[in-house]
Write a protein of this length. Structure first.
Length: 208
């Protein structure tokens, strides 16, 4: 953690620090410092209360969001059982069960009527990069007007912009899908999107 980011009080929670260490030791990808600090400020500035997260992993980002304010409610979706179990454990340890509802399923198979919350102020897309357009189109009906869709990893370690030419076929396919998502988002007239060179590339899309 950098000197500047450490000044943010929510980073001083020992259990959150433990989760950061666990993620680092077990190579679990969690939202990086810059992206997390930005998302936390967006939640505060917009008085966001209802959040949908696609991609829970160990429940790190959802725990940080829930700790901002007791009125915040989060539905978060995870398809990997080990991650799901780890997230359940962490959310219980933090006493956040009443704020965070984890759905153990592939997000693309989730029945929208089973989501706990009717409408979301913010949707955070942080799961399989090749499926971003599918996640967006599936869940946007649950976003209120003026609500925000936050997409991360849109530069994919810089490779989306500057591929070396030596990437594997699978990686190239994923990079093509991320580029297609970026273009589609940029041209989506129903949203006002800003692309930010922060962290691994972030897009903030506001529903018109
Ligand atoms: C980058 S991690 C999420 C990190 C988390 N948001 C955080 O910052 O603490 C992505 C997670 O999405 C999950 N995932 C990928 N594709 C998914 C899908 N189609 N449905 C549900 N979960 C998915 C993966 O198993 C992985 O745990």
């Amino acid at each position: 953690m950098t000197y500047f980011s450490a000044l943010n009080k929510y980073k001083n929670n020992d259990y959150i620090k433990y989760m950061e260490e666990y993620a680092s030791n077990h190579k679990v990808p969690i939202l990086k410092e810059e992206g997390l600090d930005l998302l936390v400020s967006i939640i505060k500035m917009n008085n966001v209360k209802n959040i949908l997260e696609i991609g829970t992993a160990i429940g790190y980002s959802s725990s940080v969001f829930a700790l901002i304010n007791k009125d915040i409610r989060i539905d978060t979706i995870e398809r990997d059982e080990l991650m799901y179990q780890e997230a359940l454990k962490n959310i219980n340890a933090l006493g956040l069960e009443s704020q965070i509802n984890i759905i153990f399923e592939d997000a693309l198979n989730v029945d929208l009527s089973t989501l706990k919350l009717d409408q979301y102020d913010l949707i955070f897309i942080d799961a399989a990069k090749s499926q971003y357009t599918n996640f967006f189109t599936k869940f946007e009906v649950k976003l209120r007007k003026g609500g925000i869709i936050f997409s991360d990893n849109l530069l994919f370690h810089g490779l989306v912009e500057n591929a070396s030419g030596k990437e594997s076929r699978n990686l190239n396919q994923m990079l093509r899908k991320i580029r297609a998502y970026n273009e589609w988002l940029s041209n989506n007239e129903a949203y006002d999107t800003t692309f930010l060179r922060i962290g691994d590339g972030i897009a903030i899309s506001i529903k018109k």
